[in-house]
Design a protein around this ligand. Structure first.
Ligand SMILES: NC(=O)NC(NC(N)=O)C(=O)[O-]
Length: 322
């Protein structure tokens, strides 16, 4: 996989997916939690605090003894890592010259002490970093991890740590009726007609959106066609009921929408065999719509068509894996 490819995959460490930075051996200058903050890091050249220059990142003190610094990240959902970004934005005279990444796959809810004592495995061997740069590295390892350890050599500051890959949720929690499309359950967006304002992946994220920017918003369409998003479900499943949520899309909700499924897994085929899950139905602005689905055919992909364009806050595809 190339850097361009892995950057398209979800960030498994993102706070919005339940990721957390659970430990750092030192965070004298700047807090470890900033590593997984959303968006690009801020920088105000005039801002100083009691401990020095304020950075939107994780920054350790200058080391005066041998060793190196590290931070431990719990992934929001366990997963296979295809690439990491160690972003040293704004760290120039104080970035770490080298970094490496280790992983561990632990059941349950390990304490930080259990994490420190865990048998970590190398995920990314020691690499050279550039200062003030989004250092991207492809990872070639198909083992799933629950936690990653970012090691910096010997010390310094990292603004953001992004962990791109495929979710591999615990199958023990994929029983009964679940949201087959949810990112946390292993669903993901595989195609989308237009992602001009915001990512279509938002519609399968955790929880409800809090404003328009947390949904999927395409551009105004001027060509007579319609916008769509295709989602690979957690696996083959029978759909019971769906939710199409236009919350916060008031002047820019779709006029109507349709949900179809593809049973054979060939979403990219020119002639997939479509199953109608929700026929084309008028939508209201700023409204959670729920629809019962009456189709016995299991599907592996769903396609949401919006007519002609417009924003969607969330799509929930509730059903049972077969
Ligand atoms: N100007 C700095 O950034 N200095 C120091 N860092 C902070 N945060 O003040 C340092 O030693 O790296």
């Amino acid at each position: 996989m190339t850097e361009a490819d892995f950057l398209q995959l979800p960030d498994l460490a993102a706070r919005s997916l339940g990721g957390a930075v659970v430990y750092a051996n030192d965070e004298f200058f700047a807090s470890r939690e900033n590593l997984i903050s959303p968006g690009a890091p801020d920088f105000d050249p005039s801002e100083f605090g009691h401990k020095g220059k304020v950075y939107d990142g994780w920054e350790t003190r200058r080391r005066r003894e041998p060793g190196h610094d590290f931070a431990v990240v719990r992934l929001g959902v366990p997963g296979v890592v295809e690439g990491v970004v160690i972003d040293t934005a704004w760290f120039t005279g104080n970035y770490p010259p080298y970094a490496s990444v280790d992983g561990v796959n632990l059941e349950g809810y390990p304490t930080y002490q259990e994490l420190l004592d865990a048998a970590w495995e190398p995920v990314l061997d020691r690499v050279a970093l550039k200062g003030d740069a989004a250092n991207a590295f492809v990872v070639d390892d198909d083992r799933p991890w629950t936690h990653l350890r970012l090691n910096i050599f010997p010390d310094g500051g990292v603004a953001r740590f992004r962990v791109h890959g495929h979710a591999r949720p615990d199958p023990a929690f994929l029983t009964g009726t679940i949201d087959l499309a949810a990112l946390e359950n292993g669903g993901d967006v595989v195609a989308c007609s237009n992602r001009f304002y915001s990512s279509p992946r938002n519609i399968i994220g955790l929880g409800r959106s809090r404003h328009m920017g947390e949904g999927w918003e395409n551009a105004r369409r001027r060509d007579g066609g319609n916008d769509y998003v295709v989602i690979r479900l957690a696996g083959q499943g029978c759909v019971d009921h769906v939710e199409i949520d236009t919350s916060y899309f008031v002047g820019n909700a779709p006029g109507s929408a349709r949900l179809s499924g593809i049973p054979n897994g060939d979403a990219m085929s020119d002639e997939p065999s479509w199953v109608e899950l929700v026929p084309r139905t008028a939508l209201l602005p700023d409204c959670r719509h729920r629809f019962r689905v009456d189709s016995p055919t299991p599907v592996e992909f769903v396609r949401l068509d919006v007519y002609p364009d417009g924003g969607i806050a969330r799509l929930r595809v509730n059903g049972r894996l077969i």
